[in-house]
Write a protein that binds this ligand. Structure first.
Ligand code: ADP
Ligand code: MG
Length: 288
């Protein structure tokens, strides 16, 4: 039976930018009954645009605020950072120089600018520091909001929007049709996660997930008897990709994610993922 799988998987890989690192896992993909998708860049485009810039510090202009934020984000690879830098470019802002840049996975970035110590962080980070989230930070829209601290004081926030990929809905429908439970795990805020999960009719979602919590989610599903696939693109996804029965690294991603995964898809397309899983089932049916 193996030669058939070899033949077909090789054919599929050539067409779809698919690399199978672990053939046993690929053959096991027929048994998947739950999948955990990451959100940003997989279910959504991962292409953020700035919606609102809100300065909370008296006497600070929006431009001066955005200059600092964009200068710091210039050192980050996160899609949020790219959206903020793009906005500063569109406004033709001149960016100050930055030192001591540091990224904390799943939380945000920190750096020094003009002698001030800044952090651009998630709502979860604010909660951890016992800083109140401004009432107007979240509205009904699907928005990602990052908060800016100067010397531990909240001085403003930036809200950004991403779009759900057009193909996500169909891919999820196909998976659900064959009885696979579809979940999403994201580091993003509760409101956004809930909205995306609702729009895509997901079976469930996990929001404000820190990197180490991703593998706990996989374990929890496994302990409920599920055979789990997971998609991920970052270093922080590697432990969960390893834990899942079938780990799928998506996108150009990081080498660490790719090294841990069983299957690598060069595009983070949900359609390719559903195709892959449904294909695994079809291949198996032909064999028995
Ligand atoms: P995901 O991959 O689901 O988007 P991450 O774990 O990468 O989630 O990030 C979780 C959260 O951490 C983001 O929603 C954001 O609030 C914060 N964060 C991460 N990177 C940055 C960054 N470069 N600038 C600002 N906030 C960030
Ligand atoms: Mg990610």
């Amino acid at each position: 039976a193996v030669p058939l799988v070899v033949a077909i998987s090789t054919a599929l890989s050539a067409k779809n930018g698919l690399l199978i690192r672990n053939r046993t896992a690929f053959e096991n993909s027929r048994k998947i009954d739950a999948i955990v998708f990451d959100k940003t860049g997989t279910l959504t485009e991962g292409n953020f645009g700035v919606n609102r810039v809100e300065v909370l510090k008296d006497g600070m202009s929006e431009s001066d605020f955005l200059k600092i934020v964009a200068a710091i984000e210039g050192s980050s690879e996160h899609p949020i950072a790219k959206g903020i830098v793009k906005e500063a470019k569109a406004r033709e802002l001149e960016l100050p120089s930055v030192s001591d840049f540091k990224a904390e996975k799943g939380k945000g970035v920190m750096a020094r600018v003009n002698g001030g110590s800044y952090a651009i962080v998630s709502p979860g980070y604010l909660e951890g520091e016992n800083i109140d989230i401004p009432k107007n930070a979240f509205n009904e829209d699907v928005e990602t909001v990052v908060f800016v601290l100067k010397d531990k004081e909240l001085i403003g926030f930036v809200s950004l929007a991403d779009q759900i990929r057009e193909e996500s809905r169909a891919a999820i429908e196909q998976l659900k049709e064959v009885g696979i439970k579809v979940y999403m795990a994201t580091g993003d805020n509760e409101q956004t996660a809930k909205a995306v999960a609702g729009k895509l009719s997901l079976d469930g979602y996990y929001s404000e997930v820190l990197p180490h919590e991703k593998s706990e989610i996989i374990e929890k599903l496994q302990s409920e008897g599920h055979f789990v696939a997971m998609t991920g693109d970052g270093v922080n996804d590697a432990p969960a990709l390893a834990k899942a029965e079938v780990g799928i690294a998506v996108g150009s991603g990081t080498d660490v994610a790719a090294e841990t995964a069983d299957i690598i898809l060069t595009e983070s397309s949900p359609k390719d993922i559903s195709r892959l899983i449904l294909f695994g089932r079809a291949t198996y049916k032909k064999m028995v």
